[in-house]
Design a protein around this ligand. Structure first.
Ligand code: PLP
Length: 390
């Protein structure tokens, strides 16, 4: 039987309709969008066509959208660029950054780096469901706060954050907000204007587009300093020749994601809900972030007393790909930073698996997965009992 992919928050398969529009740009003639000749102009039209599609899909005007090579690059560009901008202006006054403690590592690690070079960072912990309280973010604002980062949806547990409210509170203080919408785009409605933020990031490979293509929205008039310097591409906001096939793919994937959003979300939540309803029969399990608004496709479950990495490997051998969520440095699994920030103890965090459904999954696969999960869970539990001599 074909393997079943249940790790769509890590990356999604490329939609064949997206591949179709990319192929001519991979196998066709050369074209650097910055070249003045006809080859270059064709490539320029393709890149600008994708930019128009992004603005039609998520709001803003096309020139406000900047293409980058990854969500990580887009997030880094805003944090590190604005930090540099602050330093150049405020001179001796150390800048202050407010982030949620459940941001993606592309924001957490960039903040760590800034802290190590003299910036101050306030990390706002979420509640036990992984939801951040917008008022607590507002309380942390200072005159020296140069940026607030709040993701729209968490990659591990799927909790949806009050970005609109935080943007409103920050606007009253004139403080810009970066919204990492990498996990949200394609799963819930996203509009840059409705959110009221200043910067927003997304990545094509989370919504059935290609790897290596992402975008950053910079509200007209918002401060911005290019992180990559070199050529004058992307209106001098991101040096480097545009990846034409990937950018074209991003535009097409986003158009499809927005046009099909309702039906995709309904199908994913039907599978997720069926899966979670079936978990009741599996003994000592609990579902993280269940008490808050969540992405329709994401389920993060603690199988108490069971090592999630062993369970994940057993499931993989049975043809089901899910994520254990723990970081594995130095050969020893470390509890997920998101679950830890939610106040979840290390042993529960290390027994947690993330299942993320996608458009290519079916209810029949969900049922088969539950059967295999039940069998493998029983096997790991009996193995654990035998090892403990119980
Ligand atoms: C919430 C979030 N932000 C940023 C990223 C980074 O995106 P990329 O893989 O394109 O660097 C990810 C990827 O998993 C993510 O889930």
């Amino acid at each position: 039987m074909a393997a079943v992919y249940l790790d769509h928050n890590a990356t999604t398969p490329l939609d064949p309709r997206v591949l179709e529009v990319m192929l001519p740009w991979m196998s066709g003639g050369p074209g650097n969008p910055s070249s003045v000749h006809s080859f270059g102009q064709r490539a320029r039209e393709a890149v600008d066509g994708a930019r128009d599609a992004v603005a039609r899909s998520l709001g803003g005007v096309p020139p406000e959208w900047v293409f980058t090579a990854s969500g990580t690059e887009a997030n880094n560009a805003v944090l590190l660029g604005l930090a540099h901008h602050w330093q150049a202006r405020a001179k001796d006054l150390p800048g202050h950054l407010v982030i949620s403690a459940v941001e993606h590592p592309s924001i957490l690690r960039a903040a760590d780096r800034l802290e190590a070079s003299g910036f101050r960072v306030t990390r706002i912990a979420p509640d036990s469901d992984g939801a951040v309280d917008g008022e607590r973010v507002a309380e942390a604002l200072e005159d020296a706060t140069f940026l607030v980062c709040l993701m729209l949806a968490n990659n591990e547990v799927g909790s949806i954050q009050p970005v609109g409210r935080v943007a409103e509170l920050c606007r009253e203080r004139g403080i810009p907000v970066l919204c990492d919408a990498v996990q949200a785009v394609g799963k819930i409605p996203v509009s840059v204007r409705e959110l009221g933020v200043d910067y927003l990031t997304l990545g094509a490979h989370k919504f059935y587009g290609p790897l290596g293509a992402a975008a950053l929205w910079v509200r007209g008039g918002a401060a911005f300093e290019s992180y990559l310097v070199g050529g004058g591409q992307e209106r001098r906001r991101r040096a480097g020749t545009e990846n034409v096939p990937a950018v074209v793919g991003l535009g097409k994937a986003l158009e499809l994601a927005v046009a099909e959003l309702d039906e995709r979300a309904a199908a994913m939540s039907a599978m997720r809900d069926r899966f979670e309803a079936g978990l009741g029969a599996l003994g000592d399990v609990s579902i993280h972030a269940r008490g808050t608004a969540r992405l329709p496709n994401t389920s993060n479950i603690a199988f108490h007393g069971v090592a999630a990495d062993s369970l994940m490997i057993r499931l993989d051998l049975e043809g089901f790909a899910v994520s254990a969520g723990s970081a594995c440095s130095s050969g020893k699994p470390e509890p997920s930073a998101t679950l830890t920030a939610m106040g979840i103890d290390p042993s529960t965090a290390l027994s947690s698996l993330r299942v993320s459904f996608g458009t290519t999954n079916s209810l029949a696969e969900t049922d088969r997965f539950l059967e295999v999960l039940e069998r493998q869970l029983a096997a790991v539990r009996s193995h654990t009992r035998a090892a403990a001599g119980i």
